[in-house]
Design a protein around this ligand. Structure first.
Ligand code: GTB
Length: 224
């Protein structure tokens, strides 16, 4: 059965691949599963039909027959469980790869999102000048730890897994900040992820959506 995902009709990142449908597209491309995309406007995301799929009125969602999922961690896990290629066969290695998926969304992503919020949504607040360095420090703390663990390895635990897919996706949000560049091994790790043919196909597919839309006013989005 061909799954359907949802994505922004007009992504506020202008096709840079930072909206979270990219990681779901990437997972589907890695396992060779074709998929369909239903584009939704910001208004439609808050209407009952979409809220029935996603209680928080966000993208992406994932529909496959009578199964409807939201949250990219759960969606990528579902894809990885049902197809070969994203989780190792060995039970312990599989559990560790899943641990990295959780680490990506629970431990590494939150300070990165906070940094985005501090820069994009709170930049004009009087307290921002004092707060921003603290937020940056929390990001660097996590990157120091992640960088130390990755060391010279290509991937976090042996071969590429859904854990790497999620971690690279999370780190990509930092590229424009310059902070990722302070960590050569993490920069190279992200570049390795971006170089994967499946990532390229996912990126190109989401970019094609942006290019197909006539230029106009882009609706705002919470930077989450
Ligand atoms: N935890 C959820 C998940 O992992 O699925 C988070 C989903 C989420 O944040 N979705 C965002 C959304 O629908 C799109 S990806 N936002 C609309 C809303 O909440 O009303 C986040 C995002 C937004 C904008 C950019 N950007 O412009 O660069 C990048 C990423």
């Amino acid at each position: 059965m061909i799954p359907t995902i949802t994505a922004f009709e007009q992504s506020p990142d202008r096709g840079m691949g930072l909206a979270r449908d990219t990681r779901v597209r990437w997972a589907l491309e890695e396992v060779g599963q074709s998929y369909e995309v239903r584009l939704v406007s910001f208004r439609a995301m808050k209407e009952p039909a979409h809220l029935a799929l996603h209680p928080f009125g966000q993208i992406p969602t994932y529909e496959e027959g009578d199964l409807a999922l939201f949250e990219t961690g759960a969606i990528v896990f579902h894809i990885a469980e049902r197809h070969a290629g994203l989780l190792p066969d060995d039970a312990n290695a599989r559990a560790r790869a899943i641990t990295w998926m959780f680490a990506a969304v629970n431990t590494v992503e939150p300070p990165i999102l906070e940094l985005g919020n501090a820069k994009l949504l709170e930049g004009d607040r009087p307290w921002n000048r004092e707060r921003l360095p603290l937020v940056e420090e929390r990001v660097r703390n996590r990157l120091n730890q992640l960088s130390a663990r990755l060391g010279n390895a290509d991937w976090l635990d042996g071969t590429f897994s859904a854990g790497d897919l999620m971690m690279v996706s999370v780190l990509l949000r930092l590229k424009s900040s310059g902070i990722l560049g302070e960590y050569p091994n993490l920069s190279a790790y992200v570049a390795r992820g971006e170089a994967r043919p499946a990532y390229r196909r996912a990126f190109d597919a989401q970019l094609a959506v942006f290019k197909s839309k006539p230029p106009g006013r882009l609706e705002g989005a919470a930077n989450n």
